[in-house]
Design a protein around this ligand. Structure first.
Ligand code: DX5
Ligand code: ZN
Length: 218
C-alpha cells in the first residue's frame, strides 16, 4: 500500500535515544519512518546503513508503520538487497545517482519493496517520466543535510510532476518541511511529508507530528 502522511526523518533524532525517539513519533500517529542513507560520495556526509534499519525494524512494524529508506548513495542498485533484508518497506533511489535507474527500480520491486525515484532541485521533473515507480520524491532542498530552508521553486515542480504522473502515485517532499510548507506542498499535489528538524528539533516532537498531519489533512 502507498505511503501517506507525515514521515519523520530520524536524521534529526538523538541517536543515543533512537528507539525512544521513534517510539514518540509512532505514538503520535506517524506511520512512516524516513531513514536517510548518505555515502560521502553522492552527498558529502556519511550517515547510516542497513544496521540502523535493522535496529528499528521490529519496533516500527509492530506499530503497523513502514520504514522508508532514502538512498543518497552512488550505484544504489548494489545496496538494495541489504536494505530490503534489514526491513525496509520502501526504497528510494536518486535519478542522478545511477546510469541504471530502471534496473534499480526493478530490483527494489523484486526485493518486495515499494520503489521510489528521487530528483534533486536541479533535475527537471521530466527526468522521472521514462521510469515506473510507486513514488516520486521531489527534493525540496539539495540533499545532504537537515535544517535547510525550503526552496519555493518546488511548488511549481510538484504541479509539473502531478501533470506527468497523474493523480495516483505517491509524491513525497523532503527538506525544509514544517506545518506551513507541508500545507503548500499538499495543495500542489504532495502526499508524503518528510520532516526532520521540524519534528525532532523541537521541544515536543509528538505535537509537531500532529500539527504537520493536521496541516496536510492527515
Ligand atoms: C536531506 C534529507 C532529509 C532531511 C530533511 O538530504 O533527505 O530527509 O532529514 O531534514 P529537514 O526536515 O531538517 O529539512
Ligand atoms: Zn530524506
Amino acid at each position: 500500500m502507498a505511503l501517506k502522511g507525515i514521515a519523520p526523518s530520524i536524521l534529526a533524532a538523538d541517536f543515543a535515544r533512537l528507539g525512544e525517539e521513534v517510539g514518540t513519533v509512532l505514538a503520535a500517529g506517524a506511520r512512516v519512518i524516513h531513514v536517510d542513507v548518505m555515502d560521502g560520495h553522492f552527498v558529502p556526509p556519511i550517515t547510516m546503513g542497513d544496521l540502523v534499519v535493522k535496529a528499528i525494524a521490529d519496533q516500527v512494524h509492530e506499530a503497523n508503520a513502514k520504514i522508508d529508506v532514502h538512498l543518497m548513495i552512488e550505484r544504489p542498485e548494489e545496496q538494495i538487497r541489504a536494505f530490503a533484508k534489514a526491513g525496509a518497506d520502501s526504497i528510494t533511489v536518486h535519478a542522478e545517482a545511477t546510469p541504471h535507474l530502471h534496473y534499480a527500480l526493478q530490483a527494489i520491486k523484486e526485493a518486495g519493496c515499494l520503489s521510489g525515484v528521487a530528483i534533486n532541485p536541479g533535475t527537471p521533473a521530466e527526468a522521472i517520466s521514462a521510469v515506473q515507480a510507486d513514488m516520486v520524491l521531489c527534493m525540496t532542498v539539495n540533499p545532504g543535510w537537515g535544517g535547510q530552508a525550503f526552496l519555493d521553486s518546488s511548488i511549481a515542480k510538484l504541479q509539473r510532476i502531478r501533470e506527468l504522473i497523474g493523480d495516483t502515485p505517491a509524491v513525497q517532499v523532503d527538506g525544509g518541511i514544517g506545518k506551513e510548507t507541508a500545507a503548500r506542498c499538499a495543495a500542489a499535489g504532495a502526499t508524503v511529508f518528510v520532516a526532520g528538524t521540524a519534528v525532532f528539533g523541537t521541544q515536543n516532537p509528538a505535537a509537531a507530528v500532529k500539527a504537520i498531519s493536521t496541516a496536510t489533512n492527515g
